[in-house]
Design a protein around this ligand. Structure first.
Ligand SMILES: [Zn+2]
Length: 61
């Protein structure tokens, strides 16, 4: 997992997950914590990414 803050690939997965259940990571380079969806266009959504993509797919059909 690449750090969205410093682009380092030296990261460690944490045991805690975010409220929606995303895996969280700590960057060993800048010591910041991020999750799978940090800095993505989906981060502001309250629904899981796969559900959002399904709805978008259905709308486009
Ligand atoms: Zn970093």
């Amino acid at each position: 997992m690449t750090c969205p803050h410093c682009q380092s690939t030296v990261t460690k997965e944490r045991s805690q997950k975010t409220t929606p259940g995303y895996r969280t990571f700590r960057c060993l380079c800048c010591q910041r914590v991020f999750n799978e969806r940090s800095r993505t266009p989906f981060n502001f959504l309250e629904y899981p990414t796969d559900i959002v993509l399904l709805v978008v797919f259905w709308r486009l059909r």
